[in-house]
Design a protein around this ligand. Sequence first.
Ligand SMILES: [Zn+2]
Ligand SMILES: [Zn+2]
Length: 170
Amino acid sequence: MNLSLLLLHDSNTNEDDIHTISKKLENVYQIKIGARRIQEIDSFAFDASREQYDGQKLLNKLIDDMKLEFFFWIIQDDLFVPLMNFVFGLASKYHGAIISFYRLENLDMKIKECIHECGHIYGLGHCDNECVMQYSNSLSEALEKPPYLCDECKTTLQKNKDFLYKAKNK
Ligand SMILES: [Zn+2]
Ligand SMILES: [Zn+2]
């Protein structure tokens, strides 16, 4: 079975990183990265007083644009959501996710956060186990979590994918 994901990134994102991240996501989630496309950020979501982009506005617009396609958008600019100073990324279950590399120092951390946000796309919530789905609100928390899914999340993922696959092929 195959649930393909559209990978979007801005033109500042390193091609080698994109390639590595694609392979990791395909491997962890047993999905296919269907296509890749450059998607630059639209200034409508920029908050000048904070010098950050409103992640929720960007995500909502993309959900409208994409309709039923799953998407994963990598950007270099800093993101916030209301009531938070910043977020590494945000996702909408069964739609898509945005991830910002702005605060992520190295490729390992970028990969980890991508695996985390992608988990939300396929319906995984936050997890207290030794698991990539642990909630992290700071760099040190993001550093500590492992880059893999725990067994519980793997089971949930399989159920969710079966559900999505059936819904898609009805
Ligand atoms: Zn999360
Ligand atoms: Zn877990």
